[in-house]
Design a protein around this ligand. Sequence first.
Ligand SMILES: *Cc1c(COP(=O)(O)O)cnc(C)c1O
Length: 488
Amino acid sequence: MAQKPNQPEETLDPSDWAEVRAIAHRMIDDSVDQLSQLRNRPAWQPMPNAVRESFQSAVPTGPTALADVYHEMQQNLMPYPMGNTHPRFWGWYMGAGNFTGALGEFLGAINGSNLGGGNTAAAELDRQVVSWLKDMMGFPKSASGTLTSGGSMANAIGLNVARNVMAGVDVRLEGVTALPQPLRYYASDQAHSCHQKALEMLGLGSRALRLVPSDAYFCMDTKALERMIAEDRAQGLRPACAIATVGTTNTGAIDDINEIAKICRRENLWFHVDGCIGALIKIAPKSHRLVDGIQHADSLALDPHKWLHAPFEAGCALVRDAKQHFATFNLHGDYLEEKPRGVAAGEYLFDYGYELSRGFKALKIWMSLKEQGSEKFGRLIDQNIAQGDYLMQLIKANPKLELMAPTKINIVCFRYCGNGGNEEKLKTLNTEIMLRIQEAGTAVPTDTTLRGKYCLRAAINNHRTQCQDLDLLVAETIRIGDELQAAI
Ligand SMILES: *Cc1c(COP(=O)(O)O)cnc(C)c1O
């Protein structure tokens, strides 16, 4: 006779669903208040020490009522976010999120499916989102793709397929020490750091990434690319892959996609496009020509958490040849055999990337795309590009400001010069301007250094930004700059 354990059985479900329902309703109400009142909040604010210290408390071994847990979050967490949902946040390169996407995160968790695969509607929806992204990018139906945590992971997937295809040996079996020739990848000196990390992870080493000089527009010098490929061949290395950046992080520069594609075809290189910033320009009715040619990439990384404003995280890798993609990642344990029927029927999704268990990232993208339509997202991309142009004009029109890079899309690099000064002085001055603007909660620009010149940078990847917000940024930059200069 089987003996049932004599402990009473426990569960994580609440004992009083009605109470939890009421708290959950309040959470939604507070969320709507928060988003609808964003303009009246600081773009960012520092947290008091007491708040920071509250995160040092030890593991809670006993229970706390959900209402109290939520109260603590309202006190210590919610007032101190990064600020990228705010209309005047232009730091690094983020998306601004959206309410429907946030509901998608929640409902995805309620659905609870593991998107490693399975015979579920969730898996079909995941495939549909990838297929929509393929269509939006002009990729053929036969291409494959996978949603990832972000662009770094999406790029790593593309560079991994490239390595396996170009290795000249079964690199999954033999490993990189068996490569007949060291592989070389090429990207402009403006390329994102994630490519180096990916090559380190792939065992090829950072030396495998050759940085091609960029021209006056911060685009890859394609003549230099051709020279470097020839040099490397002459030295017995194997040129394997060129990475075109479509929208660089520093300045938004767009490499000459078609020229790089041509070189790849002629030289027999894998053609990867890092489109984390710019690939989605493809759906913008006014600007789409800027990225014509990305549809010819062998692999493409894009970032729905940037210009589709999916709440973090959501990236996507697309690969033209689905077989090569599958051959790079497919691997099943004994416990993961596919079946003709039942819950394990259909193709697993984990065969297209590193991760086995996967979250339901697709739902937040699916819901916002359905609700708004891709045309709206395209118009919002054009809107940000027009705002970038507007900010550039404001800067050019003001003799106290200096435009630091050509503005092609929505990233504007500039600095206050007032009555001038050496590089070091200008850096100190502009850093202080930036920090004061951030600390006042006015706006969040960040900074960068372009060819040794320090500058402020506004990446207007934000569906809430209006031109008046950019007027304020310029006015405050000049006001604070003038004040600081007068004090010296
Ligand atoms: C943001 C970005 C990445 C990295 O993407 P994550 O989503 O942050 O991992 C890669 N390349 C470019 C050009 C980017 O702007």
